[in-house]
Design a protein around this ligand. Sequence first.
Ligand SMILES: *Cc1c(COP(=O)(O)O)cnc(C)c1O
Length: 791
Amino acid sequence: MIDREEFKSNIKRIIKIDFGKTLDKAEYYQKYNAVAKALMEKIVDNWNKTEEEYSKGKQAYYFSAEFLMGRALGNNLMNLGIYDDVKEALKELNIDINKLEEIEEDAGLGNGGLGRLAACFLDSSATKNLPLTGYGIRYSHGIFKQEFQEGFQVEEGDNWLRYGDPWSIRRLEDQTIVEFGDGKVRAVPYDTPIIGYGTNNVNRLRLWKCEAIKDFDFNLFNLQRYDEAVEEKNRAEDISRVLYPNDSKEEGKLLRLKQQYFFVSASLQDLVKKFKNKFGRDFELFPKYHAIQLNDTHPVVAIPELMRILIDNEGIDWKDAWEITRKTFAYTNHTILAEALEQWCCKIYKKCLPRVFEIIKEIDENLVKELSEKGYSLSKIEKMRIIAEGNVKMAWLAIYGTHTTNGVAKLHTNILKNRELKDWYELYPDRFQNKTNGITPRRWLALCNKELSELITELLGSDRWITNLELIKKLENYKDDENILQRFLDIKQRKKNQLAKYIKDYEGIEINPNSIFDIHIKRLHEYKRQLLNAFHILDLYFRLKENPDLDIIPRTFIFGAKAAPGYIRAKAIIKFINEIATLINNDIEIKGKIKVVFVKNYGVSYGEKLFPAADISEQISTAGKEASGTGNMKFMLNGTPTIGTFDGANVEIVEEAGEENNFIFGARIGEIKKIKDSYNSKEYYDKIPRLKRVIDTLIDGTFDDKGTGMFKELYDSLLNGAAWHKPDEYFLFRDFSDYIEAQEKVEKAYKDRIGWAKKCWINMISAGKFSSDRTILEYSSEIWNIEARKI
Ligand SMILES: *Cc1c(COP(=O)(O)O)cnc(C)c1O
């Protein structure tokens, strides 16, 4: 509850101090800022109390180069339990809360799943009163904004701080210095509160901004050499200027390495300083009070950096420092793609971080010694060395320098143990664990689908499911209740209508809300196989052209995906799908039976509109390639069946909801392994005329790539391969017919409305396992050894 009068006068007061005007003259963004500040004022005491309570025991820290937070206003109001109250208060001030929410920029400080996972973990930790703090970088530009020009992706910088960031507090008192081989910079922390749902606890996300030691050079300025006078400032600020828009492949960029070291060093210094204030130099206690999770290899330089701090600054000997380090850190692996296993050229490392590189060399030598003593052969040792072929292998350093390595879904962890990290698993079997990913039910159901949430709460007689998601399993007894299933369908229809309206307003495209909404949203990557989806659409189109009376349920295929700017093939796939959209959407013979929309700038907030409105969830990665996926869970929780491969967390989704309620197709891992070496995509192409028909559109002039040669290149990648890969390395041709068959099953099942609603319902009520509350509690008890501390 809020004191409405007080809240209203606070808003007026803040607008006066911050913007120098009265409420009636304020712009909407100014009103948004004032409301956010009024909420900050409300929570600050609890925030400080939480910090004090947490400092009494062991705490966990999530080091991540990415936090894909999205918007904060609506979520914070909901988590505080004052959404409706504030809505009313604002109405009395003539402020429309929906407009306020829409004006907020997404905090897009992440690329995709990995960064969004970090954000869900923060929400879950605060909600479960767990002492977890996020540490990362305050990029002044997050993930780029995406537009289409003639169907091609074009990127624009994401100036998300343009109108200020009312949710963060600059903490100059906690600034620190970070040293590189070629100079020093200042790290200044900005703290953002993470407000738990239904609790007073408020956790913290601390993001570092990079600044120059000196703002400008007075003497150079005085000499009127203005550019030079601010050169140092600009160079320093470059370090936290942009998020690398590369989703999985690593760019061998010096700046990227500097970013990694910058936030890791600042964060560790921060922790060591606070520790010393409390315990003096009794560093054996350090792992008793700190558990640090390394989110993928990006922050793994933390291992040699903590060694450096302990040895060089604190005078601890190597052996003890190593023990402290290993007990402190744990590492999460997020990928199976070999090209995404991060490596750094030794030369770059040595130049940028000379002392840290020396330490890595010594760690590598110790590893060699350990392996020799265990009788490993020279060739095997060479394979496992941290420094090999002139590179630093970050994943090996991560496993060697931590007490636990975890995968992010059962299947993924098994692949790590049996294939990708087999040597390491055999060396340290006890270090490997699985932690299946999850999503927060607050943002991904309670906030984005209030209609469905209200139904769930009504039927359960309580809203406890929002923090105990397993409770929705109790709704199983409604799975044959036609009244309830009809209410579910009505809600789905409302969400589809809302999405259709939004797409009309935002994209200028009209879609039929009574068609099947077939949705494929995630980063654009070859292994995620948006192209396979495109091939199915084209095949359906050709069949409709052949047979205009073909009786199908109208379908809208919706895509949303950003391609890394340098990933030409991914961009070619976007252009190809946009060409398909133009062809199909303008063909009057199709009579609107199918329509294709590629929405622009897919991100967290767009996702909140898309997931609840989906009839079918596309999760069609090549088996063995998607570590977990979390988009799949968001669809499931909103009552959407999956059409997908037996990959990542899809395996566990059908384990929970039943294969009969989803549409699983395609080669499984075992089969891929078997056919891999003898695979010949040309055979499928020759054998399946319908496949040939769609593939040939890439080269027969059906579509125009504006002379870029992109489409021919796509064609070659599938039939001829390239210097770095075999033809059709993601097995689209192998799965083409299976996929079409699965799509036909979707169509058939959809016709039986109540039968379909039952599948949706069973998916929804089976999603309990995929709450990030479950995941974070597992990390807490099985990796971090921390406990809840409620204020
Ligand atoms: C959940 C989410 C992802 C991850 O999607 P996957 O389908 O698991 O790859 C990516 N981007 C955004 C904006 C998300 O919300």
